[in-house]
Design a protein around this ligand. Structure first.
Ligand SMILES: [Zn+2]
Length: 86
């Protein structure tokens, strides 16, 4: 499982839009130009389902940012990393 810390941009020069919050980067190549797609409600660990946010970087990698909860515990993780060109 990818550590979420790898998703955060630690280079201050790219925090040019502070109103967005902390900038995210690609968990594979750390490219700072990443995009979100429409969220998906899916079944995961919790009985209420989870929220998957498909994301991709402009260098060709894709992944899902997943929010999942079970019995009051909520987790956030990166799953299904793949090369969009495959
Ligand atoms: Zn990438």
């Amino acid at each position: 499982m990818i550590l979420l810390d790898r998703l955060l941009n630690h280079k201050d020069e790219y925090d040019s839009f502070p109103e967005l919050g902390k900038n995210m980067v690609c968990p594979v190549c750390e490219f700072e130009y990443v995009h979100t797609e429409l969220p998906i409600i899916d079944s995961c660990v919790g009985k209420n389902g989870c929220i998957k946010i498909p994301m991709y970087c402009e260098d060709g990698h894709a992944w899902e940012l997943v929010l999942d909860s079970h019995k009051g515990l909520c987790g956030i993780s990166v799953r299904n990393i793949k090369d969009r060109l495959e």
